[in-house]
Design a protein around this ligand. Structure first.
Ligand code: PLP
Length: 497
């Protein structure tokens, strides 16, 4: 199995190279040249297995240049007993007829990013050994809050790596910020930037593709890689949990093997929902892919009109991990839907970067419309959904609530009652203020983060994950904030070069 670039089809590399590099030199993203197919009997064989065993079988279809021993070592390390607070790793819970919540936040940092970022350091270490054994890998991360912490936790003290995280100064929740700024480890650094997530992501992408910077790193026996979902090594672990969820739906008696299942995903950078698309393309009977956005609804519009237009107001919402106007992974979807026409993709991406806008062909638009449904909701509706769902016995975080609301609107609009899995992307305690205001009437002005945590615990009886509760009183280790133009200097300073 080889990988190519969305912007240059002459590129043909093995997965180890794609994972170690993170992004193709032409600025495109690595995609598989063919999508491995699985059938009903393959799924039957997965149903009785543990998450780790399911993951090994799925990953071996994509990482064909890894040995079985290497895959075994990576997966067993990432999802080892005790790392996730559920023995199923990513359990599926029915909260209402037809509504099944796929809990993806049971890892060490309480967001779905752990599903991939517990595994990525293993995949990257093996990949680097195969391709660039003599270099230190420098992981650069732009985060809207959750990737940063999950990547820091995954890469801390991993030999042969260093990691630097940039987050938007005012764009993350207090809990997210504290999680990152108190990070332990000898090879880690964290900085705020004056700007939003898109600024951070653009800055990081620019550093990745700057030839001068690459030369300077090379002279110091270093190279960059990415832990953002532009890295194929982030996406492939995410495909696993959709296949695993399908197996769990069979096990739970919600569907029979072969029946369709819809998937709803609260979306930002389009990575999570793209993984569900790959699962569908592999042969898993996924019906509609329902893309849920908050007030930053650039994807809702795109998936309905075929016009991607980021020239709009940017909103800071109660679901900050979805406050994104440039959804990087859409590029991969478009590559597959546009018959792998690399020139077309390069043109659209150039238009996005110069005009902030592009329009796909009517052929691509038709394909998008047949695969996806999309909706959005604002903070008020998010709050209302948390409140109502809590009354029915389940406490949602703000991101998952966006998905639940968009799904309920979808049912009302279409009457489609296909059994559905809703990706739940964070533990509610990561966003205590917004969740608390949805389940209690008290005036919470001026109440600090950990008092809110206590109140939320008192009111709902839901346990607060220990790794969040113990942040109380910790003082930050990283307090710097840089201009978005100066990110590279911050990187050099951290690397001491
Ligand atoms: C990152 C994140 C999202 C968005 O996921 P994408 O893969 O970027 O679409 C949604 N919810 C939470 C809690 C996140 O951390």
């Amino acid at each position: 199995m080889l990988y190519t670039s969305t912007r240059d089809k002459s590129v043909k590399v093995e997965s180890a190279y794609a994972i170690a590099q993170g992004i193709s030199k032409d600025g495109g993203l690595f995609v598989p040249t063919e999508i491995p197919q699985i059938d009903k009997s393959f799924i039957d064989s997965l149903v009785p297995l543990s998450y780790i065993e399911r993951a090994k079988k799925v990953l071996s279809l994509y990482l064909t240049d890894f040995t079985a021993e290497e895959i075994d070592m990576c997966v067993s390390g990432a999802y080892a007993d005790g790392k996730f607070s559920s023995s199923k790793v990513a359990p599926v819970k029915k909260i209402k007829e037809g509504e099944n919540i796929l809990e993806l936040w049971r890892g060490p940092t309480c967001a779905f990013k752990d599903m991939a970022l517990q595994l990525l350091p293993y995949l990257l270490t093996v990949s680097a050994k195969k391709t660039v054994a003599d270099k230190t890998i420098v992981i650069l991360v732009a985060t809207s809050g959750d990737t940063g912490k999950a990547a820091l936790e995954g890469f801390k003290d991993v030999p042969g790596t260093k990691i630097m995280v940039f987050y938007p100064e005012d764009g993350v929740s207090p809990m997210q910020k504290l999680q990152m700024t108190t990070q332990a480890g000898e090879n880690v650094a964290v900085s705020a930037i004056k700007g939003n997530f898109d600024d951070a992501q653009s800055g990081v992408k620019k550093i990745f593709t700057d030839k001068e910077v690459a030369k300077k790193l090379d002279e110091n026996r270093m190279m960059f890689s990415s832990a953002n979902s532009i890295n194929w090594g982030r996406l492939v672990p995410q495909i696993v949990y959709y296949i695993s969820a399908y197996c769990d739906m069979i096990e739970n008696g919600e569907i029979k093997n072969g029946d369709e299942m819809n998937v709803v995903v609260p979306t930002g950078n389009f990575g999570n929902i793209l993984a569900a698309y790959y699962a569908k393309k592999m042969g898993v009977p996924v019906g509609k892919l329902i893309c849920a956005s908050n007030a930053n609804n650039v994807l809702t519009d795109f998936l309905k009109t075929g016009i991607y237009d980021r020239n709009r107001k940017f909103f800071t919402t109660t679901s900050p991990s979805m406050d994104i106007l440039i959804s990087s992974n859409l590029e991969r979807l478009l590559f597959h839907l546009a018959d792998e026409n690399d020139e077309t993709i390069a043109k659209w991406m150039a238009e996005l970067s110069s005009e902030g806008k592009y329009e796909v062909t009517s052929d691509v638009k038709e394909k998008v419309l047949s695969l996806f449904d999309a909706g959005c909701c604002d903070d008020e509706e998010t709050k209302d959904t948390i409140g109502k769902t809590y009354k029915n016995g389940y406490l949602l975080d703000t991101h998952t609530a966006v998905a639940v609301k968009v799904y309920r609107d979808y049912i009302e609009r279409t009457g489609d009652n296909t059994p559905t899995v809703i990706a739940s992307t964070a533990n509610p305690y990561k966003f205590s203020a917004a969740v608390l205001s949805a389940v209690c009437d008290k005036n919470l002005d001026g109440v600090d983060e950990f008092t809110q945590v206590d109140l939320l615990r008192e009111i709902t009886g839901e346990p607060c994950p220990e790794q969040l509760a113990t942040l109380k009183g910790k003082s930050p280790r990283f307090t710097s904030c840089c201009e978005k133009e100066n990110m590279i200097d911050t990187v050099y300073a951290m690397l001491g070069i």
